[in-house]
Every structure is written in C-alpha cells, then in structure tokens.
Design a protein around this ligand. Structure first.
Ligand SMILES: [Zn+2]
Length: 282
C-alpha cells in the first residue's frame, strides 16, 4: 500500500495538512520585502485546513502583514518538521481563494510528467511577485513549467516551476519558483522597473539588439568610461553608449560640466574605437 501519493484531501488516516500564514514586511525597500512563515495548525483533512483560513477573520494570524496562506500535506508516518518534503502544496490568497497547487510528491524523484497547460497562469514576460525563502520580490517570467506535451522524461516535483528573473541589480541570474509561490502583482509596478525587467528578459534571451540598455542604466546607473583619468573631456557609458562632453570653460562652479552629445566624432565608427580603447584600460 502506498501512502505517499498526492492526496485529494480525503486521506484522513495517512496525511496531515499544515496551514501556514505568510507575513511580509512593509514595502519600504522597493526591491525586496522580508517574508516570514507562521504555523497556524495541523489538520486531518484539506477541507479542515481551508476552513481554518476562512474562519480566522481578525485573527492573530490574519493581520495587515498577512500576504498568503500555504497548506502543505505531509505523510503521517514521515518527517513533518521544517525541512520535511511535503506530498503536496497549495497556496491561498488573503481571502482564502486558491492561488495554485503543486500536487506531486516532493519526496519522489522522476514522478512529474508536466503541468497541464490550463494550470499555467502566467506567460513569458509577465511580471509577478515571488516568495522565495525569507524574501518577497517582483520578477519577470522567463520560462514556463514543462507540460506533458513537451515530452521531457526524468522530471520531478522541483521541475514544476516558473523560471523568473528577479528585480535586483547586478549580474542577471534566474530562479526556479514553484507555481504556489508565484503570485500576481498586488500593486502596479513603476514603469522604470517594468522597463528594467523587460530589458533584462531580452538580454537573458540573447536578444541584445532589441534591448534598450538605458533601461538598465536608469536603475543601476551608467558605467562611465573617460578618455583621461585626470581632467577627462569625454565620457561614454560602456553599457548604453550614451556620450558626454566636458565643458571646463567659463564659470561652471554651479553648473553641469558634462553635456550629453550624440557623438564625439563626425565619423561614428571612431566613437566605437574610443569605447574599445578606453574599455581596455578599465
Ligand atoms: Zn548607461
């Protein structure tokens, strides 16, 4: 007899359902919010765990910091501690509405055939909110979970995930996030961040020619190169290739020294040579 298969919620004798409340900090930091998890209780069926969400109005576990609820199913004859792998995971929003469910057993390897297309809630390029460990942050979807039609073999529960690029500065890196931890945007994202994420996606996809590198510089600042270390007269951004000329003449104590220009030379190819020459010294 197997007790380790995903449950439809009626397996009262073999599984226990752990309801957790997810809290997040105020959004003081534009890029990240802190997340914490609080166990509300263990229940003998999924229905009873869901009921515990719905009947917890004005409860300690449901306050202005509550972001979502997770229900994780564990086999009763197995570990159920902080590091135990659940049999199934479901996430719910503040109103107790199902967000998503991952029903394959995290204890089993090579047991995932793919996620049905109609259970894939996002598209590539969508901006989402992502719970990853102790952080909640915005990200752009870069790849979708595999479907049965993709015909991959050897997939397991961890492959049921969206690949996302997080809203963070620095080298572009991707993360794999379970659908139960991938949420719709709660509030509109400022355009400067939306542009930034879309440009990072284009770069990640290798579509550099379509990418507007100024979107990256808007957030991360320009990567200035100068023609001289002391008293430079020309500057260029290594990333977005915007160019500036210095004007040291006149009384510039309270004025900008640097003025943006379209090009330094009449022949734009000479500008490109300058970028290469300066770049090699940095
Ligand atoms: Zn730039």
């Amino acid at each position: 007899m197997s007790t380790s298969r995903p449950s439809n919620g009626n397996s009262e004798h073999h599984s226990v359902f752990r309801l957790e409340s997810v809290w997040v900090s105020d959004a003081e930091d534009k890029l990240y919010r802190d997340a914490s998890y609080h166990v509300i209780g263990y229940y003998p069926s999924l229905d009873k765990a869901i009921a515990a969400i719905r009947f917890k109005e004005n409860d300690y576990y449901k306050n202005e910091y509550t972001y979502a609820f997770l229900i994780k199913e564990f086999a009763l004859d197995n570990e159920i501690g902080d590091y135990a792998a659940p049999i199934s995971v479901r996430s719910y929003d503040m109103k107790g509405k199902l967000v998503d469910e991952c029903l394959q057993n995290y204890n089993l390897i090579n047991e995932f055939d793919g996620r049905n297309g109609d259970a894939i809630r996002f598209h590539i390029g969508d901006i989402v909110e992502v719970l990853e460990g102790r952080r909640l942050f915005r990200a752009i979807v870069a790849a979708l979970p595999p479907t049965p039609e993709d015909g991959f073999s050897g997939l397991d529960a961890l492959d049921d995930s969206y690949m996302v690029l997080p809203l963070e500065t620095g080298p572009i890196d991707h993360l794999h996030i379970a659908p139960t931890n991938t949420f719709p945007l709660q509030h509109p994202l400022e355009k400067v961040y939306t542009n930034y994420l879309h440009t990072r996606l284009l770069i990640f996809q290798g579509r550099i020619a379509e990418a507007n590198m100024s979107d990256i510089c808007e957030i991360e600042g320009h990567q200035y190169l100068y023609n001289f270390a002391t008293l430079p007269s020309k500057s260029i951004c290594r990333r977005c290739h915007r160019k500036w000329r210095a004007d040291y003449s006149g009384d510039l104590i309270n004025e900008e020294i640097w003025h943006e220009v379209d090009r330094f030379e009449n022949d734009p190819r000479k500008d490109e040579e300058l970028i290469k020459a300066w770049g090699s010294h940095n």
